[in-house]
Design a protein around this ligand. Sequence first.
Ligand code: NAP
Length: 295
Amino acid sequence: MEILDGKLVSQAIKDKLKIKLSEPGHQDSRPPHLAAILVGNDGASETYVASKIKNCAEVGFKSSLIRLEADCTEEKLVSEIEKLNKNEDVDGILVQLPLPKHINEEKIINLINPAKDVDGFHPVSTGRMVQGLSTFIPATPYGIMLMLEHYKIDTSGKHAVVIGRSNIVGRPISILLSLNTNPGNCTVTVCHSRTKNLKEICLQADIIVAALGKPGFLTADMVKENSIVIDVGITRVPDSNKKSGFAIKGDVDFSNVAPKCSYITPVPGGVGLMTIAALLMNTYNAYTQRLKINN
Ligand code: NAP
């Protein structure tokens, strides 16, 4: 069994980005710039945004954070996005989700200039991804693909079972794994809360992507020997032993599933770190496309 190490792979990607920024063609221009908008002060969202900003600084990107009150109007958020769309100094725009209930998330996502859509949630990005065209791929599934690529895992012809069909993880990773690419070329089964016989389906899988948000859901009896297991889940579970008062748990019962696997991602230290590395890659790509720099 080999651990797919998100810390190691994300660091390798960040090192590569740092080197690229020091190359000719980059040195004479401004650094890539990611602008994040955070509405309200949800604890998890605060943590995610802070981490994205810290990682931008680490690789030499500029970042800016626009904070809006939880009760800000939709019009206010719309006007901030319109300003960022027009701002020539901004390469990537990220609106941290979820948004407060009174704001129409779909409308907001659709407003972002697709050329700056580094989260890859705009329908133009989704459409291009489905057709296998170059585009911004949502950071978590992109991070998983980068992880598979780094470890040179042969996915061709494998049966991948994806548990979860959300627009940010389950659906895009199911599409990416099915594309005629490397990694890719899988036969994919997408499962969700209405799926019958989930255990039997998982037992037929060579690759399982667990993205449902239920800690420890995937147990050893659902996994065949030598499977590849990708754990996307991030759930805060109360833990009095931790300073924060909570522990982060994945969707996989790691200690019992890991011995059966050929490869497995840990939580924390797996997909979460890859997600940030993938966002940096998207921002870098948005920047080189805007400034017409060879990358
Ligand atoms: P989501 O929008 O809540 O979607 C969950 C999906 O799981 C839905 O499609 C749901 O089915 C399905 N599901 C729920 N219970 C199920 C069950 N018992 N059996 C089979 N399928 C079931 O969640 P998400 O945004 O995709 O996130 C999933 C998890 O990944 C969460 O823990 C989230 O925190 C984590 N996450 C991690 C990262 C990262 O960077 N590592 C990034 C994003 C999300 P229905 O469609 O039928 O409701």
